[in-house]
Design a protein around this ligand. Structure first.
Ligand code: ASP
Length: 311
């Protein structure tokens, strides 16, 4: 029976340390190796685990080279018959972006479970050890698939998950969709199906990360105008995602600049800056609604679609 779980470390607060155990915010992320994090959870037991340090960074500094390497390592391990699933320890700040990138590129048939912590490993009540234990339980769950986030006792799909809190231990939410499952004492109580999708494939990203298209997110707001859009187009941006208020409404001084960008060959996708809900209704073909609700996911989708476009 295949039973190996591969745990890939990338850093984050889960691997962070503070000088004072009572300090949950004044710490340095990405200080402890994945071997130390696993050694701190003896409850992971005897079942086979393999550990690999893919990166060691604060996820606020996540970059395309790390995404590319992570996707390559995951694909390689998932192809091994003895591997049932992968866990990735990751900072919380950009976890939802990494999760969506991996889902779009790999759409794995085995589970790839991202987890992390809101408190450093030195905290009086660190949340990392329980999250890691839970994530391994999800990676071993029969029938699980796709990229998910296991955090604070919940399992979220890469499509729906967002970091919604700066400080609380239950910092992630799936919004309207709700979590896929709850993790209770190592067992899953499932509410909905595991995520499936079609993979774009590693070939899509097998280019020098320094040459990936530049797609920027801008926001619409009171007193918006075309200043930033014209500056981006002038600087050679390849795509723009606009996080617009409400149901994707555009300030009358911003919209003409976005149309000028499209005329100049820069695709513009619109999203809502609201924390919940998707754009509802039909939109102008030139300034279409993005395929995903979150501007940060849309930025990834637009970038990946431009990677498929020659030249
Ligand atoms: N800045 C940290 C990171 O994203 C925050 C965290 O992990 O909670 O790596």
């Amino acid at each position: 029976m295949p039973s190996t779980v591969v745990i890939l470390g990338t850093g984050g607060t889960i691997a962070g340390t503070a000088k004072n155990a009572a300090d949950n915010v004044g710490y340095t992320a990405a200080q402890r190796g994945i071997d130390e994090l696993v050694a701190a959870v003896p409850q992971l037991g005897e079942a086979p685990l393999e550990l690999e340090q893919v990166a060691q960074l604060d996820s606020k500094d996540m970059d395309y080279a790390t995404w590319q390497r992570l996707a390559q390592r995951i694909e390689l391990h998932l192809a091994r018959p003895e591997v049932v699933g992968i866990v990735v320890t990751h900072g919380t700040d950009t976890m939802e972006e990494t999760a969506w990138f991996l889902q779009r590129v790999l759409a794995p048939a085995k589970p790839v479970v991202l987890t992390g912590a809101m408190r450093p490993s030195t905290a009086l009540q660190a949340d990392g050890p329980q999250n890691l234990l839970d994530a391994v339980a999800v990676a071993r769950e029969p029938g699980a698939c796709g990229v998910v986030v296991a955090f604070g006792g919940l399992v979220h799909s890469a499509h729906d998950v967002r970091k919604v809190h700066t400080y609380r231990l239950d910092a992630f939410s799936s919004g309207d969709a709700g979590p896929i499952a709850r993790i209770e004492e190592g067992r899953l109580r499932r509410h909905r199906l595991w995520p499936v999708g079609s993979a774009l494939g590693l070939a899509r990203i097998n280019f020098d990360p320094g040459s990936w298209p530049r797609v920027e997110v801008i926001s619409g707001h009171a007193a918006s105008d075309g200043f930033i859009v014209d500056a981006l187009v002038g600087a050679g941006v390849h795509g723009i995602v606009v996080a617009a208020p409400g149901n994707g409404s555009l300030h009358r001084a911003l919209e003409p600049a976005l149309r000028r960008a499209v005329t100049a060959g820069v695709p513009v996708w619109r999203c809502s800056r609201c924390a919940g809900g998707s754009l509802v209704g039909s939109f102008d073909d030139k300034l279409p609604a993005a395929p995903t609700a979150s501007p940060w996911q849309a930025r990834i989708d637009l970038m990946l679609s431009l990677l498929a476009t020659p030249g």
